[in-house]
Design a binder for this molecule. Structure first.
Ligand code: NAD
Length: 521
């Protein structure tokens, strides 16, 4: 069936499961058991619809039990990368002409399949990236939302576009795709980000080489199979796991690549932007780069705030998924009159966070992603202990995996290392502000500008923040994480990226170019 605008229902967000329902709990336990039975499976490259094995392998490990291999993937060589770009270029010749309705239908069918397999994907995220059950389900729900939203968006962009009438002419403007794109996602929203970036590029009529993160390569492999099952022709989506620095540079610099869609750290994003800017021999365009990068997100707690709500919002934003969200709160900026009370309540709230193996339903905080992250975050904790006063945490938590205690360090100066650099782990710096003015200056005092939140009951402070808090996603009296597709289009300012606003009405334009046509009549 081919989708058209008048046949689809309006977009609605998927409900995120809280696992308070007995049926959901039983289904999740069964899914965890099924994923466990499939651990260690081998996943080939997918190039032009062909499955290709390589001698070199990448192992994706369970961060809660690092001796456990979730799966292993092939690892692409330079020649494999070249073949993948060639395949994508060949497939573009016909995919770009496929009607928008047909392309959207592939996304809608993929969403339906993902919904059917929701618990299996949830369970895989628990194993592969250490998400708690609700965090895993929120990630998969967001992936379904992206498929449903971008499918509808393509139908909207395919409709006749308004142009000013001129007598004696028939004028029109149509949106056409760009060409071959490279999609490079991070590991942290292991379902939502690769699925969102890839499906947006594909539904717009482009073809894709997907280079997944090595820490989340298995969920990406599942998704590539699912898209083919949903009817995607061979060559439109090529799965190319491999070393970021080896094949990453090759595909980013490839002259046949028209655009790069990247989400990840500032360092890698800037490197990709730099490399993509240099035209290569035979290249006929300026490459388009979408780069969504890191954050150093702040929550301001004003003196007039509802203190309990603020403590809850800061704890959820700082320690949800172990602080490994680009939107995580890593700085709480608290006005002086309530500073001590805030710290007392926060300490008690953080003490209730259960750290452990995320296969257990009670676990709130699982492991951090890998040994390198554990080491890097631990180093920041040591720096933080010198830069401020340790309120709680500060050590590894029990277990074979990469577990860390939720850590709060208070009395941190706004220019301290832990108040400036992205740490990407469960470490919160608390900064005392002399006034709301001061809080606003501190909040804007980093090179990033991704998310921010303000807890206040004062309308004037809300107005101030609306005008002056320079972030792509600003929230009031709620946590800084948990952006919903359609409701909170997502993307940051400054060194946080190109402000692509994933899940918003402008997003698909990044994968399209407009062709204006005029005919004398
Ligand atoms: P990362 O930058 O280390 O890696 C991201 C991706 O880039 C991975 O797939 C990696 O293999 C690849 N890569 C590495 N070197 C490359 C190269 N030379 N050429 C091409 N690709 C290369 O980031 P990560 O650790 O996977 O993810 C965490 C980061 O992502 C954090 O900084 C976080 O803030 C950011 N992030 C941002 C957003 C956002 O929307 N702004 C969302 C999620 C995560």
């Amino acid at each position: 069936m081919t989708a058209t605008m008048d046949r689809v229902t309006p977009f609605e967000n998927e409900r995120i499961k809280t696992f308070t329902d007995g049926g959901d709990v039983a289904a999740m336990e069964a899914a965890l058991a099924e994923v466990k039975r499939g651990l260690g499976r081998s996943y080939p490259l997918v190039v032009d619809g062909q499955r290709v094995q390589t001698r070199k392998r990448i192992h994706s490990r369970n961060p809660a039990v690092p001796s456990e291999i979730v799966g292993e993937t092939a690892s692409a060589s330079g020649e494999d990368a070249q073949r993948a770009v060639d395949a994508a270029e060949r497939a573009f010749a016909s995919w770009r002409l496929a009607p928008a309705g047909r392309r959207a239908s592939v996304l809608f069918r993929s969403a339906a399949l993902l919904r059917e397999r929701r618990f299996l994907y949830d369970a895989l995220l628990v194993y592969e990236v250490g998400k708690s059950w609700p965090e895993a389900d929120a990630d998969v729900a967001e992936a379904i939302d992206f498929l449903e939203f971008y499918g509808r968006e393509m139908l909207r962009y395919a409709q006749p576009q308004p142009v000013t009438p001129i007598e004696g002419e028939r004028n029109e403007l149509v949106y056409i795709p760009l060409g071959v794109g490279v999609v490079i996602p991070p590991w942290n929203f292991a379902a939502a980000i690769p699925i969102g970036m890839t499906s947006a590029a594909i539904v717009a009529g482009n073809t894709v080489v997907l280079k997944p993160s090595s820490d989340a390569a298995i969920v990406a492999a599942w998704f590539v199979d699912l898209m083919h099952e949903a009817g995607l022709p061979a060559g439109v989506l090529n799965y190319l796991p491999g070393s970021g620095s080896e094949i990453g540079d090759l595909v980013v610099g490839h002259p046949k690549v028209r655009f790069i869609s990247f989400t990840g750290s500032k360092e890698v994003g800037l490197h990709i932007n730099d490399l993509a800017a240099k035209p290569q021999r035979g290249q006929r365009w300026i490459k388009r780069v979408v780069a969504e990068m890191g954050g150093k997100d702040a929550i301001i707690v004003a003196a007039d705030a509802d203190l309990d709500a603020a403590v809850e919002g800061v704890a959820a934003s700082a320690f949800g998924f172990q602080g490994q969200k680009c939107s995580a709160c890593s700085r709480a900026i608290v006005e002086e009159p309530i500073y001590d009370a805030f710290l007392d309540k926060l300490k008690a709230r953080v003490a209730s966070i259960v750290v452990g193996d995320p296969r257990n339903r009670e676990t709130v905080m699982g492991p951090v992603i890998n040994a390198q992250a554990l080491e890097s975050i631990s180093r920041y904790i040591e720096v933080g202990k010198r830069e401020g006063r340790l309120i709680c945490g500060g050590r590894r938590a029990e277990g074979e995996g990469y577990f860390l205690e939720p850590t709060v360090i208070a009395d941190v100066a706004p220019d301290a290392t832990i108040a400036q650099e992205e740490i990407f782990g469960p470490l919160l710096a608390v900064i005392k502000a002399k006034s709301f003015d001061d809080a606003m200056t501190v909040a804007n005092g980093t090179e990033f500008g991704l998310t921010g939140s303000v807890y206040t009951t004062d309308e004037k402070k809300i107005e101030r923040a609306r005008d002056e808090f320079f972030v792509g996603n600003l929230y009031f009296n709620r946590k800084s994480t948990g952006a919903m597709v359609g409701a909170h289009p997502f993307g940051g300012f400054n060194m946080s990226g190109t402000d692509s606003k994933a899940g918003g009405r402008d997003y698909l334009l990044l994968y399209l170019q407009a062709k204006s046509m005029s005919r004398k009549v």
